[in-house]
Design a protein around this ligand. Structure first.
Ligand code: PAF
Length: 279
């Protein structure tokens, strides 16, 4: 595995790869979820490039940029054993020039869910992903379905801007108790870690109700909220929203829906979602 820190070195190493290249952009603190994205990329292309970059522009002023977990040494080993060919570890100053005047904005899809509670977050994501795509020039890129809205926004951006990168969505990887794997899980204290599986339990309860014929947006959201409330111990809902899985607008009935949630466990913001279909 070649490790590069600068854009020119990345471009040079990228040129030497023969055949298709898959790309997994990450913010590090790698866990099994990231490794499954890498595995999926390897199934689609012989070459794999991974980036680790904690992107400052997708964090709000009161968010956890400074305390976001960083484990470069352990992450490097994980990338190597996942069969990564090039690991890209840029610095903030390599990626962002101080006088930049350009950012990428996807409208509408970014107004809702996480976009509503994290203003500017998706502009940070779409701008860094566009920059990384331009630097890495992959044939395909893999993103996790845990960040359902992020995946939808990136798919739309790639379509609208004719970016020649195939976007692959990979399933959410979970702990044994159902909690979605996330780098932020490392920040949970013991009590919050115990309460956190309530996110998945609430979503599964709503899924069972949907499969039994429940089609009321309010009722489906209430079912999730009740399970979260019952778990008590510091869980606080940011949003619990039942939406159309394509437009992410409020669900108005029909045989397909998505419930997306963001819940604070103490001060750690966790997200999860479930796609609802007829049984
Ligand atoms: O999902 C993430 O880890 C980040 O949002 C991404 C896609 C690497 C962009 O910084």
């Amino acid at each position: 595995m070649i490790i590069v820190n600068s854009i020119p070195k990345l471009r040079e190493a990228r040129k030497a790869l023969k055949g298709d290249t898959g790309f997994v952009p990450t913010m590090g603190a790698l866990h099994e979820g990231h490794l499954s994205l890498m595995k999926s990329a390897k199934e689609h292309a012989p070459n794999l490039i991974v980036s680790i970059f904690v992107n400052p522009t997708q964090f709000g002023p009161d968010e956890d940029l400074d305390t976001y977990p960083r484990y470069t040494e352990g992450d490097t080993k994980k990338c190597e054993s996942a069969g990564c060919d090039i690991l890209f570890l840029p610095n903030v100053s390599d990626i962002y020039v101080p006088d930049a005047k350009t950012e990428v904005h996807v409208s509408e899809l970014t107004n809702r869910l996480c976009g509503a509670s994290r203003p500017g977050h998706f502009n940070g994501v779409t701008t860094i992903v566009t920059k990384l795509f331009n630097i890495v020039q992959p044939d395909l890129a893999v993103f996790g379905k845990k960040d359902y809205q992020q995946l939808a926004v990136i798919r739309k951006m790639v379509l609208d801007l004719n970016i020649p990168v195939e976007i692959i969505g990979a399933p959410t990887i979970r702990e044994n108790d159902g909690l979605a794997k996330s780098s932020r899980n490392l920040k949970l204290n013991a009590q919050m870690r115990q309460s956190a599986p309530a996110l998945r339990q609430g979503l599964l309860k709503a899924q069972a109700a949907f499969q039994n014929g429940q089609r009321s947006k309010e009722e489906l959201e209430r079912i999730v909220a009740e399970v979260i409330d019952d778990a008590k111990a510091g869980l606080r809902s940011d949003y619990i929203s039942c939406v159309d899985p394509k437009s992410l607008e409020a669900y108005e009935g029909g045989e397909e829906a998505l419930i997306a949630i963001a819940i604070f466990a103490g001060d750690v913001r966790l997200i999860d979602n479930i796609e609802l279909h007829k049984a």
